[in-house]
Ligand binder design. Structure first.
Ligand code: FAD
Length: 393
């Protein structure tokens, strides 16, 4: 097989890129290790920045999102139960975020991919990349018993944190930056109405909690937990009790309890590799960086990476200019690091760290109290939360 672009991974990064390239008439094949139900079924992100929503519209993929997405002009912060609202729309000249689950985004991307005839190879095992530092990279994989081989101009590694693409770059070239947090998030999905029509981020003496949602009838709640906790120790009753305690009485009074149908623990980490290009391989999304979920940036960053890469590849094929692809890594990393900073900061001021003493705790409370009273501090949070612009290269 011969294609202009090989995309490894059919997560958000891979599928947004596939649609962007299709719209530009650039031939691409997406090679995915799993099957569609698996990728579509993963419960992950849920808050879309305005840029992500804008891209879905531009690609003609926003029909269901316009009907079912929940537009949020603000968000709430709770300090030991005292809640205040940040009016993000007012502070940013009207910018908002939209609550629409990653599962829904993936379903829309896959449905449209079928209609548009995008080439996706599911259940691809033993994916291997060669010739990345030459002129004609080759991707090989297996589909059942059949061996496949694809020659292309460029490979884009959209295969997440555990993929093969980043590992194909020589260790001597890559620089890795990492923070592993000493806690995780215990998340629960339940078909009950959310406690509030917007999110509530809670800092409590006992640890962080987040009241979130997927729809007017489906709630997504999280509490900070230890990394070695056993999910089996968390009955629904224990979860609801702890959640309500940390959210405080004002929010807890609005929590509807119910049977959870998904419960899992996710570790938190910050991780970036530089550069995001080596030879004819580009990295995008979780393959190159991870953020703790506090700032709701993971999927949005994957989308901004491939938006920039889509522009760069279009420039390459349409105008014969390599300025975009040569500048991709620096341009993407500049935005990635700002999202890393925001996610790290928001995590730092809302979570309980095992090493915290009384001084640290009071500094945290003072920081959030300052946020409560300062329009300047609120504006800083708001402009990061709704998503920073994609600056020029
Ligand atoms: C448990 C969990 C919870 C999360 N919760 C949130 C949240 O609440 N908010 C938020 O903003 N973000 C969240 N995230 C992060 C967000 O989901 C990711 O940032 C986003 O999915 C990144 O998209 P991606 O396409 O870069 O990577 P992925 O979604 O990881 O997609 C990579 C794809 O590549 C495929 N793949 C992997 N290896 C290979 C291979 N060798 N060959 C071929 N294909 C391969 C995978 O099967 C997958 O389909 C969460 C992530 C996890 C893991």
């Amino acid at each position: 097989m011969r294609r202009q672009i090989a995309i490894i991974g059919a997560g958000p990064a891979g599928m947004f890129l596939a649609h962007l390239l299709h719209a530009e008439g650039i031939e691409a094949t997406v090679i995915e290790r799993r099957d569609r139900p698996y990728v579509e079924g993963r419960v992950r992100a849920g808050v879309l920045e305005q840029g992500t929503v804008g891209l879905l519209r531009r690609l003609g993929l926003a029909g269901r999102l316009e009907r079912e997405g929940l537009v949020h002009g603000g968000t709430n912060v709770s300090i030991d139960g005292r809640v205040f609202r940040i009016d993000m729309a007012a502070l940013t000249g009207g910018a908002t975020v939209t609550v629409y689950g990653q599962q829904e985004v993936m379903r829309d991307l896959f449905d449209a991919a079928e209609l548009r005839g995008l080439d996706i190879r599911w259940n691809a095992s033993d994916v291997a990349l060669t010739g990345l530092d030459g002129d004609r990279p080759v991707v090989t994989w297996r589909e059942g018993d059949a061996a496949r081989r694809l020659t292309c101009d460029f490979v884009v590694g959209c295969d997440g944190y555990h993929g093969v693409s980043r590992a194909a770059i020589p260790a001597s070239v890559l620089r890795t930056f990492e923070r592993v947090y000493p806690f995780g998030w215990l998340g629960v999905l339940a078909d009950v109405p959310p406690a509030d029509h917007e999110l509530v981020y809670a800092n409590h003496e006992r640890g962080f909690a987040l009241a979130s949602m997927r729809s007017p009838t489906r709630s997504r709640y999280y509490i900070q937990c230890g990394l070695n906790e056993d999910i089996g120790d968390w009955s629904d009753d224990r979860f609801w009790d702890e959640l309500c305690l940390r959210l405080g009485s004002e929010t807890a009074a609005k929590v509807t309890r119910g049977k959870s149908f998904e419960k899992s623990i996710a570790p938190l980490r910050s991780f970036v590799v530089e550069p995001m290009r080596w030879g004819r391989l580009f990295l995008a999304g979780d393959a190159a960086h991870i953020v703790p979920p506090t700032g709701a940036k993971g999927m949005n960053l994957a989308v901004s990476d491939v938006t920039m890469l889509g522009e760069a590849l279009s420039e390459h094929y349409r105008e014969g200019s390599d300025a975009g692809i040569d500048g991709y890594s620096a341009r993407a990393l500049a935005r990635v690091w700002k999202a890393e900073r925001f996610s790290w900061w928001f995590t730092s001021v809302t979570h309980r760290f095992p090493t915290m003493d009384g001084f640290d705790r009071r500094i945290q409370i003072a920081e959030l109290d300052y946020l409560r009273g300062s329009p300047a501090a609120q504006r800083s949070l708001a402009e990061n939360y709704v998503g920073l612009p994609l600056e020029a290269a």
